[in-house]
Design a protein around this ligand. Structure first.
Ligand SMILES: Cc1cc2nc3c(=O)[nH]c(=O)nc-3n(C[C@H](O)[C@H](O)[C@H](O)COP(=O)(O)OP(=O)(O)OC[C@H]3O[C@@H](n4cnc5c(N)ncnc54)[C@H](O)[C@@H]3O)c2cc1C
Length: 383
């Protein structure tokens, strides 16, 4: 097998296949240091923790990750709702940065001799035929690899999905009219994740570890990082969260700052011939529901099972991979959309829409059934 992309999806899939005795090669466009320095997701569903445990790469996660029993939602200035996910579903979430997960995966790949070629310029050939091949070029020359199956785990901007001809795929997309301005700061986080719906816009207080906080504020799509000096960021964040949270937030200099647009995207099917797509290569969700990384891991859980079975001559799981993965993808896409619509202020929001959004939040606060429904989607549906 050849796996394109050594992000969380590709590296996890490689380790899963290797564990089952299936040979594979991973090709990554960027350098190892570049991948390890990308600041991204941080909240893991319990099912994702179990996937990493089964793979034997969760020792540091258990030692350093922070168990989250629930999340708080602030709205209407001072209202705060605590949704106790653990009590409602029996499952917690775990805060552990994607950068740390990626490091654990690369360390395991090194120890177990899983081949990853970095800084590879990849092209796919004949992936819709029985004899796919992958050509790649590195600083040390060009190679051509013939294989049975190709896994496209190369993210939204990768080569895999664009290799699929337009007539062989259907794309579903929704863009949101704002982005998230995010900072990392070496300050202690709030004890619990806090989402805020405020008339000035959305805000999120999250964490990566006990001395590393991740904060976001909703911003216009055309804003740049230069327009957000630290002072302005903190002022805006503190104005958007309820006063009871603002007085507990410890501010400090940012060590990373970026703006991410929010988008929902799905391509169907997640397969073309012998090319199978997984993770961000096949779908993108706005980070409001903390699903992107978790979906990448559940996709490769299904794909590894299917690829291992096919190595033993049974193609039925491979044939069903796209339908099976898409069931879970659409659940998470819908939930991320729901959370985004519930918690943000939209530039063109009418007074009617504003009233219905406030009613949704009031209902959530007053109904254990509504909180349970949110909680079971937030902690992740069963694999
Ligand atoms: C700024 C940002 C913030 C995010 N925040 C959150 C969050 O808070 N919560 C959450 O759940 N999710 C978040 N996400 C989403 C989450 O990080 C992704 O869903 C997750 O990284 C998906 O993993 P992946 O392996 O599928 O894709 P990626 O992590 O994108 O990995 C794909 C890999 O393929 C490589 N690649 C690309 N093109 C090629 C090519 N042509 N050849 C070879 N290799 C290639 C890339 O370099 C990369 O290493 C965020 C994403 C971004 C961009």
């Amino acid at each position: 097998m050849v796996i394109i992309g050594a992000g969380p999806a590709g590296t996890t899939l490689g380790l899963m296949l290797q564990k089952q005795g299936v040979d594979c090669l991973i090709l990554e466009r960027q350098s190892r240091d570049y991948v390890l320095s990308r600041i991204r997701a941080g909240v893991l569903e319990w099912g994702s923790v179990e996937i990493l445990e089964r793979l034997g790469v969760a020792v540091r996660l258990h030692a350093e990750g922070h168990i989250h029993k629930g999340v708080s939602i602030g709205w209407a200035g001072s209202q705060v709702l605590d949704v106790d996910m653990l009590a409602l579903t029996g499952k917690p979430m775990v805060a552990y940065g994607q950068t740390e997960i990626q490091k654990d995966l690369y360390d395991a790949a090194d120890e177990r001799g899983l081949p990853i070629v970095f800084e590879a310029d990849v092209t796919l050939h004949g992936v819709d035929s029985d004899r796919p091949s992958v050509a790649y070029e590195t600083h040390s020359g060009s190679e051509l690899v013939h294989c049975r199956l190709v896994a496209g785990c190369d993210g939204y901007h990768g080569v895999s999905r664009i290799t699929v001809p337009q007539e062989a795929k259907t794309e579903y997309e929704k863009s949101y009219p704002f982005g998230w301005m995010g900072i990392l700061s070496e300050t202690p986080p709030l004890p619990q994740l806090l989402y805020a719906n405020n008339e000035r816009g959305f805000a999120l207080c999250s964490e990566r570890n006990p001395m590393l906080s991740r904060y976001y504020v909703q911003c216009p799509l055309d804003d740049t990082v230069d327009e957000w000096p630290d002072e302005r960021f903190w002022e805006e964040l503190l104005a958007r969260v309820p006063a009871s949270a603002a007085e507990r937030i410890v501010t400090g200099p940012s060590i990373e700052k970026s703006i991410a647009p929010l988008r929902s995207y799905v391509v169907e099917p997640m397969q073309w011939g012998n090319l199978y797509l997984a993770g961000d290569a096949a779908h993108i969700v706005p980070p409001t529901g903390a699903k992107g990384l978790n979906l990448a891991l559940s996709d490769v859980h299904y794909l590894a099972e299917a690829m291992v079975a096919s190595a033993g001559g049974d193609r039925s799981l491979l044939d069903g991979y796209s339908d099976r993965a898409l069931q879970r993808v659409w659940s998470s896409v819908r939930f991320s959309w729901f959370m985004t619509m519930l918690l943000h202020r939209f530039p063109d929001q009418t007074p009617f829409e504003q009233k219905t959004q406030e009613k949704d939040l009031e209902y959530l606060a007053s109904s254990v059934a509504a909180q349970t429904s949110m909680a079971e989607q937030y902690v992740g549906l069963p694999l």
